[in-house]
Design a binder for this molecule. Structure first.
Ligand code: G
Ligand code: G
Ligand code: MN
Ligand code: NA
Length: 254
């Protein structure tokens, strides 16, 4: 309850921070993209993970101003990195259902891009399958508008939702992000290995990009490379980190 009161002040008191996690193209062995992951640097409780406050932000509708801030901040950060010469192709930003249901989302995205001076195709928005089934009409309309603008759309945690696969052919999707739970048990559970492989093939056959999440070990990397999944994200390469640390990582990378 107290956390809720604190969250109202978090934005103006500049306690929210964005951490950045690299996305690696393993065939080229370099960082090609980055995902923005929100954190709350609480004055007394320390760094709080989004699982603990995004639900509160959604209930209180604080997710609207917070989400707008994340979008702007992430776009400005990417622009700054591009100007410094880092060859990143995209910044991924997570959106929750509540954000997608606001009718000015398109304008917010357009605004964040133009304020930063970024091309729309350098922004990728991550949505979950559950968000897509929740509000089909409005979701579809907004997705089409964003797609027409040139923004990319990824399905996050792919394979864990309750949706049918049918939406993949009717919605303007660019990328599938394989949920980390599948990869993490490929060794102990044969089914998870089969699902991971099948998602890679599904993406290829539908002409979509595929990113594996939760890549933690050399075995994971090998499993994915052998099956043609080049884009990887996970602790094996790097945890989410501050913007300064991320720039430092790219300096060593280039
Ligand atoms: O970084 P971490 O693994 O703790 O993130 C946990 C969850 O919080 C993930 O599901 C992620 O999608 C979500 N999340 C992280 N940052 C944001 C954000 O800026 N907006 C929204 N809506 N969700 C976020
Ligand atoms: O739901 P979403 O995919 O947006 O959130 C990604 C979450 O996964 C973040 O909270 C991030 O901190 C976490 N994460 C990133 N890489 C790894 C990893 O290799 N292993 C695990 N267990 N979590 C990871
Ligand atoms: Mn994500
Ligand atoms: Na995910």
């Amino acid at each position: 309850i107290k956390l809720e009161n604190d969250l109202y002040k978090a934005l103006e008191q500049e306690e929210l921070v964005i951490y950045y996690q690299p996305q690696i193209d393993y065939s080229e062995k370099r960082i090609v993209g980055v995902e923005a992951l929100l954190r709350w640097n609480h004055p007394t409780r320390g760094m709080i993970a989004p699982d603990q406050f995004i639900p509160i932000a959604e209930e209180t509708a604080l997710i609207i101003p917070i989400g707008e801030w994340v979008l702007k901040e992430a776009c400005l950060q990417l622009k700054s990195w591009l100007e410094q010469g880092y060859a990143l192709s995209s910044m991924s930003v997570n959106l929750s259902a509540r954000q997608f249901e606001q009718n000015n989302l398109f304008a917010l995205v357009q605004n964040a891009l133009s304020e930063a001076g970024l091309l729309p195709d350098s922004l990728q928005l991550e949505l979950t399958e559950n968000l897509i089934i929740k509000n089909q009409e409005l979701t579809l309309k907004t997705m089409r508008e964003l797609k027409d603008l040139g923004v990319k759309i990824a399905i996050d945690d792919f394979g864990t939702g309750y949706s049918s696969l049918g939406y993949l052919k009717s919605l303007p999707i660019d990328t599938l992000k394989i949920d980390k739970s599948f990869l993490q048990e490929i060794k102990s559970e044969k089914d998870n290995a089969a699902i991971t492989h099948t998602i890679i093939l599904l993406a290829r056959n539908l002409n979509l990009s595929v990113v594996a999440e939760g890549v933690e070990t050399k075995e994971h990397v090998q499993f994915l490379s052998e099956r043609g999944c080049r884009l990887m994200q996970g602790y094996y390469f790097s945890t989410p980190m501050t913007a300064e640390e991320f720039a430092f990582l790219m300096d060593r990378n280039i």
